[in-house]
Ligand binder design. Sequence first.
Ligand SMILES: *Cc1c(COP(=O)(O)O)cnc(C)c1O
Length: 338
Amino acid sequence: MKIDFANLQYQYQLYKTEIDEAIHAVLDKSNYIMGEEVSQLESSLQDFTGAKHAITCSSGTDALLLAMMALDIQPGDEIITTPFTFIATAETIAFLKAIPVFVDIDEKTYNIDTSKIEAKITNNTKAIMPVSLYGQPSNMDAIQAIADKHNLKVIVDGAQSFGSTYKGKTDSNLGDISTTSFFPAKPLGCFGDGGAVFTNDNALAQKMKSLRVHGQSKRYHHQYIGMGGRMDTLQCAIVNVKLKHYAKDLKLRQIVAQKYTEALKSKDLILPFVDERATSAFAQYSIRIQNRNDVQAHLKEKGIPTAVHYPMPLHLQECFAYLGYKKGDFPVSEMISE
Ligand SMILES: *Cc1c(COP(=O)(O)O)cnc(C)c1O
């Protein structure tokens, strides 16, 4: 038996008939760009998440760009986030010439340590960007309270957490704008690149729709500097099918996580901690262990794949050397990455 870290083949086989039909319907219409499947998916995403607006886009990375561009983030603006995440979180901030300002993570949830945010707020701070790491929303009550007090925006990087909840609201229905990714190995994946942004704000939704298509207001009239950031019709058709089954798939994912916890709790490991206000989409089931390399080698021998998320926190990445951080600046992130 071969075990995949993310079994994409199985995911396809499970819904093959429906997915093949959906793909061929697009081919028969050849409506590859902004076909009706795009707005169908957006409407289904709104129903699933409870967010007033869902806007699909080309990736989880571009979703973060759209969110920040819609909020008019300018060069030199500071955005508070964590260094213990995938590169795209901070990379997109830097791509817009804004400044990622890192705050260490909480040792239990691995999400931003909200007690350390206020010390990093300056006159240039514009937004807080919590990451729902491994599938679990951050401490959103605390984040929203700080944002309200200091007049900051909240952008949730929900690339790993589609369908998770915080106090009964989905992760996509938190903050000013929430984003997600449909990268194949994410909890709700397409068969290529895709993503979405979510908001309850009509003006932000309008602006993101325009930014996604080169900032156009109508054909060949451009109100903003935007981007080519559409999700293609084929990918939307695929996610349309997968989303119909997602509530069940997510439940199964959570049941698998529970089984891991039952089986591993007597071992000398630190298992995932889910806050009582939250549910996790369990993009990964991440454990902490002393002799990581030995255990990985042993599991590999048994045909069981593992991965390290993430071996190097972002403040120590070469591309962020210019930010001037050094080893020791974020001890929790560093300890957990090791
Ligand atoms: C995957 C991921 C992204 C980027 O999503 P893509 O669709 O791969 O561009 C952004 N942030 C986090 C936390 C991610 O895990």
